[in-house]
Design a protein around this ligand. Structure first.
Ligand code: APR
Length: 261
């Protein structure tokens, strides 16, 4: 684990977090871009390396941007899809999937669109901001297309095989609402969990970032894993400083030893 200057003894915090997780009946794991960082997928708000430090989100991740220049926005998602397709789940994703095998009930509520939790083996995943692996025509009448459905189309963006409108990724752009089913499920599960483990989010984009407070107000113990303190750290009960790919495997080992004790 990285050097921690302002935290209580890190191993005590890790053991306390492991004890809490080992006793959990309903664990909600709330994740952001940081959990995929060690898979080679950039985050959004980290200085220098974050996507929003290099690109203007208003030119790339809004319905207006897509209407203004669909080919430009499409090419950016094509690039991001390529990065995600080349990425592998990292030890952090795998540790979260392991928790599902160790504990009675684990659900992942993610802001990520890369699909790496599912590829790591997590079977209960709510994608609050949608998925880059699914597409719909621009007015939403025809949904659920995958990249293979239009791989042979030369035009960019490709067109809906049903109505001929442009296709767009089924992701949530700035200014758009979250998918109602996903949002309602995330709220219900956050209100019903007894432990929430937060990994890799700056906690600044609402309404997704409200989930930890929903859990906290419902009496859950909230654990935050991040190399830096983030906007949610002050509401969490335990803060584990470090990258998810290092902290989570250590945490799972400690959970396992608590379960076997
Ligand atoms: N392990 C865990 N956390 C990490 C790691 C790591 N290896 N590396 C960085 N982090 C942390 C950063 O410290 C930061 O707090 O991950 C967080 C990433 O924050 P953001 O870049 O803001 O990403 P996120 O919180 O997922 O953004 C939320 O904003 O632009 C929208 O739709 C986009 O879903 C995204 C939403």
């Amino acid at each position: 684990m990285s050097e921690r200057l302002d935290d209580p003894r890190p191993d005590d915090v890790l053991q306390t977090a492991a004890r809490v997780l080992a006793r959990s009946a309903k664990l909600a794991v709330f994740t952001g871009a940081g959990v995929s960082k060690e898979s080679g997928i950039p985050t959004f708000r980290e200085p220098e390396t974050g996507l929003w430090a290099q690109y203007d989100p208003m030119q790339l991740a809004t319905p207006e941007a897509y209407r203004k220049d669909p080919a430009f926005v499409w090419s950016w998602y094509e690039h991001r899809f390529g990065v995600a397709a080349d990425a592998e789940p990292n030890p952090g994703h795998l540790a979260i999937a392991e928790l599902e095998r160790l504990l009675p009930r684990v659900v992942v509520i993610t802001q990520n669109i890369d699909g790496l939790h599912q590829r790591a083996g997590s079977s209960q995943v709510i994608e609050l901001h949608g998925s880059m692996h699914s597409f719909r025509c621009i007015d939403g009448r025809h949904r659920g297309y995958s990249w293979d459905d239009f791989a042979e189309q030369k035009e960019k963006p490709p067109r809906c095989p049903e109505c001929g409108d442009y296709l767009r990724p089924e992701v949530v752009w700035f200014g758009e609402g979250l998918p109602p089913d996903a949002f309602n499920a995330a709220q219900r599960l956050s209100a019903g969990c007894d432990v929430m483990l937060i990994v890799g989010t700056s906690g600044v984009v609402y309404p997704a970032a409200a989930m930890p407070m929903v859990a906290k107000e419902a009496g859950a113990t909230v654990i935050d894993v991040n190399p830096e303190r983030d906007a949610l750290s002050q509401t969490c009960d335990l803060f584990l400083r470090g990258p998810g790919g290092e902290v989570l495997p250590e945490l799972v080992l400690a959970v396992r030893s608590h379960l076997e004790a």
